[in-house]
Design a binder for this molecule. Structure first.
Ligand code: ADP
Ligand code: MG
Length: 482
C-alpha cells in the first residue's frame, strides 16, 4: 500500500489511533531520555515500562512490579515528564506509574528478561518474578507473599522492636493474645515486610491454616468488582474459612463508605470467630481521616504497634544485612557507614541507594569508594540534605498545573488557580515546619484561617479522589527529588 494511503487511513480513524499515537510519542520521549541517561539505565529501567493511557492530562505508565515502579517514580518521572512537556506541550500535567502484575505474555517476557538481568548481575536473593507461582498451599495464589519479606530478613532495632515482637507473637502463638494487631508507621519502614513475615511463619508452623494478605486497595477493587458482577456473596464467602486476615494500608479505604462498611462486617465476623486479624496503616486509627467511629474503635481494640524512624545503628545493620544479596561487588564498610549516615528517610530509600551503588559498580567495573558513592547518589543525597522552601513548592506546583508561580500568591480566585494554591499550601504544611500564619503570609498575605481551610479542603478530598491523591504524591516526589 502506498505510504500516503496508509497515513490517510490511520489519521481518519482517530479513536483507534489514540493508543498508537501515545505509543509513538512514548517512543520519541524515551529515545530522548536514552541520550540523557545512557543505554544501560535505559535498558534496565525504561524498557520494561509500557504506556497505558493519557486521561485528564495524567500519563499512565505500567511497570511490571513494585520495585521497578518505585525506582522509576523516584528517579525518572521528572525527566520523562520534562521531556514530554517540552516535546508535546499542554498534553500532560503529571505522570502516574502503576503496577500490573498480570501483563499479557509478551510484555511480561520483556519485563522478566530485563528484571532477571538486573538481579543476576547484582543480587542473589533467590527471588524470581514467578514467586507468585511458588507459594505454600495455605496461601491463595492471588494473595501471594514476597519471599524476601521474612522474619530472618528483618533487622530489629529500637524503632521497630515492639512491632516485630508483636508480629512474631501473632505468627507463633496458638492462642490469640490481641486482636487486631495494628501496625503503623510512615512509608518504607517495614509494615508490609512484617505482615508477609507473619504469613511465611504461619505457613511454616501451621501448614493447615488459611491466610489472606491483601492491600486495602485490593480489597476495595475486589469488592467493587463483585458489586459490578453481582457476585458479592462469593466475595464474602472467600473470607469465611480463613484463619488469618491481613490488610495492608487501611487508610486507603478511609472515607469510602460502602467499602468501609463491607470491611467492617468482614472484620467483625472474623473477630467473632476468634480469627486473627492484622492491619497496617500510615498512622494510628484515631488519626486516619474519614474512618468511621465504629471501625476506628474496633481497630483500637487490639494492640497498636508503631514503627518509628530508624536510627543510625539500625540503618547500618540493615545495610550490612542486605550485603548478602550483592554478589561479586565489594562494598567497603566506610561506604555503608556513609550511606547510613546520609540516607535517613526510610529503609526503602536506603535499600534503593545500596542497589544503585552496586549496579553502578557492576556496570562501570570500578571499585566502590565514598567518592563514587557520592556521585552515584547525588540526587538522593541532595533531597536528604536539601531544605525544602515554600518558594520551591510554589514553583513546582505551578509548573505542574501550567500556571504562573505568581498566580499561586495572587488574589485570583479562578478554580484552575485556587486548587493548585490549596495543594501547594497542603504540601507546605507537610514538608516544611512553617506555621499556619506563616503559610498564609507566604501565599499572598492571606490569614491563617485561609491556610487552614485550604489544607483541610485537600485533606478531605484525598481519601475520595484517587487521582488527586496520586498527583500530590507525584508532586511531593518532584519537590523532594528534582
Ligand atoms: P512499609 O510497608 O512500611 O511502607 P515495607 O515493608 O515495604 O515498608 O519496607 C520497605 C523496604 O524496606 C522493604 O524492601 C523491606 O524489606 C525493607 N525493610 C524495612 N524495614 C526493614 C528491616 N527492619 N530490616 C530489613 N529490611 C527492612
Ligand atoms: Mg507497605
Amino acid at each position: 500500500m502506498p505510504h500516503i494511503k496508509q497515513k490517510e487511513i490511520t489519521s481518519s480513524n482517530t479513536n483507534k489511533t489514540t493508543l498508537a499515537s501515545i505509543e509513538n510519542k512514548w517512543k520519541k520521549v524515551t529515545n530522548i531520555l536514552l541520550k540523557q541517561i545512557g543505554a544501560t539505565e535505559h535498558k534496565n529501567w525504561i524498557q520494561p515500562l509500557s504506556i497505558c493511557s493519557i486521561q485528564n492530562k495524567i500519563l499512565e505508565i505500567i511497570a511490571p512490579n513494585r520495585f521497578l515502579r518505585d525506582w522509576v517514580s523516584m528517579h525518572y518521572t521528572n525527566k520523562i515528564s520534562d521531556i514530554w512537556k517540552t516535546t508535546y506541550p499542554n498534553e500532560i500535567i503529571s505522570i502516574n506509574i502503576i503496577t500490573a502484575p498480570k501483563l499479557h505474555t509478551q510484555q511480561k517476557n520483556i519485563a522478566n528478561n530485563s528484571q532477571n538481568k538486573i538481579k543476576t548481575t547484582t543480587t542473589n536473593n533467590g527471588q524470581t518474578d514467578t514467586w507468585e507461582d511458588e507459594q505454600p498451599k495455605n496461601i491463595i495464589k492471588k494473595y501471594a507473599l514476597d519471599p524476601r519479606f521474612t522474619f530472618d530478613n528483618f533487622v530489629i532495632g529500637k524503632s521497630n522492636e515492639l512491632a516485630a515482637a508483636a508480629a512474631k507473637r501473632v505468627a507463633e502463638d496458638t492462642k490469640i493474645s490481641f486482636n487486631p494487631l495494628f501496625l503503623y508507621s510512615g512509608v518504607g519502614l517495614g509494615k508490609t515486610h512484617l505482615m508477609h513475615a507473619i504469613g511465611w511463619k504461619i505457613c511454616e508452623s501451621f501448614p493447615d491454616k488459611k491466610i489472606i494478605y491483601m492491600s486495602a486497595e485490593k480489597f476495595m477493587y475486589e469488592f467493587i468488582h463483585s458489586l459490578q458482577n453481582k457476585n458479592v456473596m462469593s466475595f464474602k464467602e472467600k473470607f469465611r474459612n480463613i484463619d488469618i486476615f491481613m490488610v495492608d494500608d487501611i487508610q486507603f479505604i478511609a472515607g469510602k463508605e460502602k467499602v468501609q462498611d463491607e470491611f467492617f462486617h468482614t472484620f467483625n465476623s472474623l473477630i467473632e470467630q476468634n480469627k486473627q486479624i492484622v492491619i497496617s496503616g500510615n498512622c494510628p486509627p484515631s488519626e486516619i481521616k474519614g474512618l468511621t467511629a465504629q471501625l476506628c474503635s474496633r481497630l483500637n481494640g487490639g494492640l497498636l504497634a508503631d514503627i518509628q524512624q530508624t536510627d543510625y545503628e539500625l540503618r547500618l545493620a540493615i545495610l550490612k544485612s542486605k550485603l548478602k544479596y550483592i554478589k561479586n561487588i565489594e562494598i567497603p564498610i566506610s561506604v555503608l557507614e556513609f550511606i547510613a549516615d546520609k540516607i535517613t528517610t526510610n529503609v526503602r530509600e536506603l535499600e534503593g541507594a545500596l542497589n544503585k551503588v552496586a549496579i553502578q559498580a557492576e556496570i562501570t567495573n570500578k571499585p566502590v569508594t565514598i567518592k563514587t558513592t557520592q556521585y552515584v547518589l547525588q540526587d538522593i543525597l541532595r533531597s536528604n540534605t536539601k531544605e525544602i522552601t515554600i518558594d520551591h513548592i510554589q514553583k513546582t506546583v505551578a509548573s505542574c498545573y501550567n500556571i504562573k508561580a505568581s498566580d499561586i500568591t495572587s488574589k485570583k480566585r479562578a478554580r484552575h488557580i485556587t486548587r493548585p494554591r490549596q495543594i501547594a499550601m497542603y504540601i507546605t504544611k507537610l514538608l516544611t515546619p512553617a506555621s499556619l500564619p506563616e503559610i498564609g503570609r507566604e501565599f499572598g498575605g492571606r490569614d491563617h484561617t485561609t491556610a487552614l481551610y485550604a489544607i483541610r479542603k485537600i485533606e478531605d478530598l484525598i481519601p475520595h479522589d484517587t487521582e488527586l491523591s496520586k498527583s500530590i504524591d507525584i508532586l511531593i516526589n518532584k519537590i523532594k527529588y528534582a
